[in-house]
Design a protein around this ligand. Sequence first.
Ligand code: SAM
Length: 216
Amino acid sequence: MHESELQPTADGSLTVHSARFGQSYGSRFGAATQARQVFAEGSGTHRHPAPRVLEVGFGLGQNFRATLAATAGRPLHYLAYEFDPVPAETLFRVASSDPVAAHPGWRALLAGWPGSVTAPELKFDLRPEDVTLATLPHDWASAVYLDGFSPEVNPEVWTPAFLGRLADALQPGGVLVTYSAAGHVRRGLQAAGLEVERRPGPAGKREVLRAVRPVV
Ligand SMILES: C[S@@+](CC[C@H](N)C(=O)[O-])C[C@H]1O[C@@H](n2cnc3c(N)ncnc32)[C@H](O)[C@@H]1O
């Protein structure tokens, strides 16, 4: 069951409150800004020649739209896990203020929702399942966007065991980014063999994490 009442955030982008988790999908300090800074740019996807993104929690597609905008003209393969897809109508409405709403890739996604889509320079695979039970690819992603709800309310996507599986999904040199800077998340990423750094966060967030799989 989804609430579909849109909430404005500080940068003019929209988000939605999840009744199930008691949190908003995107930051009230700026949902689009967080998506761009923490995920699309923080992972280096905006400069990658042929990015392959694995996302934990597709939600409202804010990170996906930021990535589409940031990778224009380059082939993007986006593998998104979401066990509770919102209705297409909610995706349509939440993106109404976003210039990327006119992007052919976004329009194809809406037309095929909830499903996988191939469009010019885009391969989008939606996996409508619990990511913690899924078979993840190995050595595949140039970027992992870890964007579940917070560890307090959605702990299963932040466990050391699951973080280890996400690390294994990265290619050597691949980058995992997340808005959480919790100590146990940082330690879990380190235990998974990643090189972790704390970076300044966007408005409303002092620090976020960036973790790189070493090239050995
Ligand atoms: C903070 S929201 C993600 C926002 C989204 N990345 C965006 O750009 O709009 C968290 C999402 O993770 C999803 N989620 C949480 N746990 C999950 C799980 N175990 N498997 C799949 N999806 C999950 C929720 O349903 C929700 O859509």
